[in-house]
Design a protein around this ligand. Structure first.
Ligand code: FAI
Length: 530
């Protein structure tokens, strides 16, 4: 039963209302300096911790609640007579509810002008110590570490002034999670500081990488049925990212569905005109732009209608009934769009297995940090007993940065086609060769150990789909090490080629372009994707 509550919060949001409600229930209020002042100024009878412990706050607030009267009151097990006798012997009263949020370390170090001293002073000591004490003694102490928890707990407080055991345990777990994230942030920050203590020159990659991921759901199995799996999200997911998707209907998403949906979504949202991406096994088997999403779908489907069977289809806009009716003709595993009209949803209602996902893009910004733009800032890959961490490949090619190296100059249409092909190639597993024309993929060669084979496969795919490659644009995600791969794409009809350049044999490849009367454009940037 909550008879005494200790409130000590940096972020005072909602704490007055909480304290008022507790007071109305006859709960005795203990509090630290700033919080106590707020409550007292609003007419609440609050006892300052210093008065309660008989020990003043000292060292500029570094020591306020670090006292046996506080920790004894939090940690004593009410079911153990010896514990109760021990605190009674020292005149310590039990504290049954703890309301704490910590010094804003994360927000402080996020400021550009934060000094090491600012950071250190914002490492909360007494708060986490109390939170740990309360959370450890969760059967007897209700611990609140987030203003979002106040209303629920107040609503649940029963006539005995208690909440359920399940709620207390959940609050305890949330408290330890918060402490873990807090300590992780401190460790990340401090372990990125060099011997010169210059916080403006902190290492991009900290000495210890601490991350928090929140479980979204268990999955039926992993990539294969003998593997177990679960989906986690970032502590603070970027707006418009896949983990923010709302599933409107359909079967449970599988591990592979999610991985493919992510590939489809990341690719389609990189376009700023109506676009459709169809993914199979993490690679685009059709990508197109159009005047409408329906037109984009038609074109994307044409690239490789065989592979599109059972694919993951993503749109970067609101899907309407007409487009939905066309999409529904094919077997689709997962559908993604920023929204759906009522007519579109009606179309899929009958197809109960189709997983329909909606991803809200309204909070995504066009500029700003990667996070604000709905992207990961970092890319993390698991290897044997380790991680590879890199900045995410968020490079966007600008027309002005292209370098024409062939004698033949590109037409405006060719530049458009090449930029489209280049955008798609970024989302194709290496080695990637992508034939395109008129805002659609014509043939995609993906994931080959040899660029030459990728070129041949891309051409075969186009042929299988009955698509002509005459006059097409080709993107290669990395340079042509020899002219052979280049010759293959030209043999099949490519009229312009976009590639990073940088090979020892660039001269040979550029000479080949001139010899064959083909446009060649260099990006100076590579898009390996393994
Ligand atoms: N030093 C201590 O004993 C101590 N006890 C509680 N705090 C923190 O002091 C803050 C509240 O302070 P105030 O009520 O004075 O505004 C909370 O974030 C709380 O976590 C402390 N501060 C830092 O460690």
């Amino acid at each position: 039963m909550v008879k005494t509550a200790l409130l000590s919060v940096s972020d005072k949001t909602g704490v007055l209302e909480l304290a008022q409600a507790l007071h109305a229930r006859g709960v005795k209020l203990l509090s630290t300096g700033g919080t106590a002042k707020l409550l007292a100024d609003n007419g609440l009878p609050v006892i300052e911790v210093a008065n309660h412990t008989g020990f003043p706050e000292m060292l500029d607030g570094r020591v306020k609640t670090l006292h046996p009267t506080i920790h004894g009151g939090l940690l004593a097990r009410r079911d153990l007579p010896e514990h109760m006798a021990a605190i009674a012997e020292h005149g310590i009263e039990t504290i049954d509810m703890l309301v704490v949020n910590l010094y804003p370390f994360e927000a402080t170090v996020a400021k550009a002008d934060c000094t090491l001293e600012d950071a250190i002073e914002n490492i909360d000591i007494g708060g986490p110590a109390m939170v740990r004490s309360a959370a450890k003694n969760w059967r007897d102490v209700v611990v609140l570490t987030d203003a979002n928890q106040y209303a629920g707990v107040l609503a649940e407080l029963n006539d005995n002034g208690d909440v359920s055991t399940a709620t207390k345990f959940k609050l305890s777990v949330a408290a330890f999670n918060r402490i873990s994230a807090y300590d992780g942030a401190i460790s990340n920050y401090l372990s990125s500081i060099g011997d010169d203590f210059d916080v403006t020159q902190r290492a991009e990659y900290a000495g210890q990488a601490n991350s928090q991921f929140i479980k979204v759901q268990d999955l039926r199995y992993g990539e294969n049925s003998h593997q177990t799996a679960a989906l986690y999200r970032d502590l603070y997911p970027a707006p418009g990212s896949l983990v923010t998707a709302v599933q409107l209907q359909g079967k449970e998403l599988s591990y592979n569905n999610i991985a493919d949906a992510d590939a489809a979504w990341e690719c389609v949202k990189s376009f700023d005109v109506p676009a459709c991406v169809i993914i199979k096994h993490a690679n685009p088997c059709g990508v197109a732009i159009g005047a409408t999403l329906g037109e984009a779908y038609d074109k994307a489907f044409k690239t490789d209608s065989t592979s599109a069977f059972g694919g993951i289809i993503a749109f970067n806009g609101v899907l309407d009934g007409a487009a939905a009716a066309v999409v529904a003709k094919q077997f689709v595993e997962v559908l993604i769009a920023t929204d759906y009209t009522a007519e579109a949803l009606e179309v899929f209602k009958a197809k109960t297995n189709v997983r329909v996902l909606k991803i809200d893009m309204s909070q995504v910004k066009k500029s700003g940090s990667a996070w604000e733009q709905g992207r990961n800032a970092q890319d993390i890959k698991r290897i044997g007993s380790g991680l590879l961490i890199q900045t995410a490949d968020n490079h966007e090619m600008d027309l002005a940065d292209l370098k024409v190296v062939s004698e033949k100059q590109p037409t405006a249409e060719q530049l458009k086609d090449m930029l489209f092909a280049w955008k798609v190639a970024k989302y194709v597993k290496s080695n990637a060769i992508v034939f395109c024309a008129g805002g659609m993929t014509l043939g995609v060669g993906a994931g080959q150990m040899s660029r030459l084979d990728s070129a041949k496969i891309a051409a075969i795919k186009a042929e299988n789909a009955g698509l002509s490659l005459q006059g097409s644009a080709v993107a290669s995600d990395a340079f042509f090490p020899f002219r052979d791969g280049f010759d293959v794409v030209v043999d099949h009809g490519a009229a312009c080629v976009i590639q990073p350049g940088g090979s020892m044999r660039d001269d040979e490849v550029i000479a080949a372009a001139n010899e064959r009367g083909v446009v060649m454009v260099l990006t100076g940037v590579r898009h390996f994707r393994h």
